[in-house]
Design a protein around this ligand. Structure first.
Ligand SMILES: *[C@@H]1O[C@H](CO)[C@@H](O)[C@H](O)[C@H]1NC(C)=O
Ligand SMILES: *[C@@H]1O[C@H](CO)[C@@H](O)[C@H](O)[C@H]1NC(C)=O
Length: 428
């Protein structure tokens, strides 16, 4: 727009009185020049090269992201305090993960899961403690492998629960089985809840675990960079991690149990209870607060006996958004140490299926047809238009740097496997 000014001046410069027709002509010319410039300028912004791929994915999909998002009785408990974790120039960063801890429940997996989780963690240069709770009869080779990687192994003792969750004679199978199982010495908590006091005990026991701590899901987490080294900002207090920002706590997973138990609905960004970070003190405190709250819920028939797993996430969100975690910071997805890719991955996969139904009438083709913008066996495995992986296929934070911890990567299903197997992250 600036460039047009000289033209205007030169057109107006003759100060002599002009005949009316000349004035009209001048005004018209200026108007036309202006119009041409405007159209050019608008085009610069609006024009995008036509896609040679399949029809554009409508992403994120609106349907399932905010299920039944009727803001009826919603309360904004406490405003979340998201803090973006890109180290400022003068911020203290971590270079040595020796005193750090990564811990989680890892019972009953095949050895491949351990080689992915522990393998990628050690390959990242992480030198700290790894504490895993494994089954009392782990699969063959697991103990040898974990020992060779310096993992501290704890054994889970399953016990019958003291709280009856299922009715006498009710059919219990699969996932529900887990709901009916408890862990010694916490027989009053279903196993998914029992992990909180158990991990607290194991962290407490570890006297050299003085540095930052990551409590994490194991099966669907992997490491691309050292979580507590390699220039990550120093951890202070507690860090809870947001999912994709279009995933809200009005989702049934949180809304159901919290409204039933507490009579409130929270409408904010969903926090994932699968990964939490903090100083040793902050994590010990967090795990104990979760434990206390769970013990309370168990005593109340309105709260105790959801026949589902994953409702620890309901409690995690409830406690954070009611201000019960001291010194907690809510980290937007892809801005901190953890990248929770699940929601977006699921939407990308679903959209891929939808496109294949539309174009070829078969959603199962999604298993074999590469994602839009990619070719079979070529990198990256996910097109650049998603802005999620770099040109070698590694997951990126918003600033383009490689994410340290990638959580819920498995929501890409088999489509991520070829890359994962050749990424060099996983132990053979
Ligand atoms: C780890 O702990 C030891 C013993 O307390 C201490 O000397 C060392 O400085 C710590 N290292 C880091 C990187 O904090
Ligand atoms: C919160 O963090 C500050 C320092 O960052 C610390 O002094 C204080 O004890 C912490 N409070 C709690 C309740 O953990």
């Amino acid at each position: 727009m600036m460039k047009q000014r000289p033209t205007l001046h030169s057109l107006q410069s003759p100060k002599k009185k002009l005949p009316v027709s000349s004035v009209i002509l001048t005004v018209l010319t200026v108007f036309l020049v202006f119009l041409v410039l405007l159209v050019t300028w608008v085009n610069l912004f609006v024009y995008a090269p036509p896609s040679t791929q399949e029809p554009p994915l409508n992403l994120p999909l609106a349907e399932e992201c905010e299920p039944s998002n009727k803001k009826t009785s919603s309360i904004q408990a406490l405003p979340s305090t998201p803090r973006v974790l890109i180290p400022a120039v003068d911020e203290e960063v971590m270079t040595d993960s020796t005193n750090a801890t990564v811990m989680g429940m890892a019972t009953g997996y095949n050895i491949g899961v351990y080689k992915r989780f522990v393998g990628s963690l050690r390959k990242s240069g992480y030198t700290g403690h790894i504490i895993l709770v494994i089954a009392d009869e782990p699969a063959r080779g697991v103990v040898e492998y974990l020992s060779s990687k310096g993992v501290i192994m704890k054994t889970l003792k399953k016990v019958p629960c003291t709280t009856k969750i299922f009715d006498e004679g009710e059919k219990v199978s699969g996932h529900a089985m887990e709901v009916a199982t408890c862990a010694h010495p916490y027989p009053y908590l279903k196993i998914r809840w029992g992990r909180f006091p158990l991990l607290r005990d194991f962290l407490q026991e570890c006297e050299t675990c003085t540095g930052p701590v990551l409590v994490t899901d194991v099966r669907d987490a992997l490491f691309q960079r050292d979580p507590f080294g390699d220039g990550a900002p120093v951890v202070r207090g507690l860090q809870v991690f947001q999912e994709a920002k279009f995933q809200k706590t009005t989702h049934w997973l949180v809304k159901g149990p919290v409204s039933k138990c507490k009579g409130i609905v929270i409408d904010d960004v969903m926090l994932c209870s699968g990964t939490t970070i903090g100083t040793r003190e902050a994590v010990l405190e967090y795990l104990e607060i979760m434990h206390q709250e769970m013990a309370e819920w168990m005593k109340d028939p309105k709260c105790c006996c959801n026949k589902m797993n994953g409702d620890d996430q309901s409690i995690h969100n409830y406690l954070y958004y009611t201000g019960r975690f001291p010194n907690a910071t809510s980290i937007p997805n892809r801005f901190g140490i953890v990248h929770t890719v699940g929601k977006q991955a699921a939407e990308i996969y679903k959209a891929h299926e939808k496109n294949l139904v539309r174009s070829r009438g078969d959603k199962d083709l999604a298993k074999v047809v590469p994602f839009p913008g990619t070719k079979e066996g070529e990198e990256p495995w996910l097109g650049p238009e998603f802005d999620l992986v770099d040109n070698e296929g590694f997951f990126m934070n918003y600033d383009g740097s490689r994410s340290r911890v990638v959580h819920q990567w498995d929501r890409f299903r088999d489509k991520i496997q070829p890359w994962l197997q050749t990424s060099g992250l996983v132990d053979p």
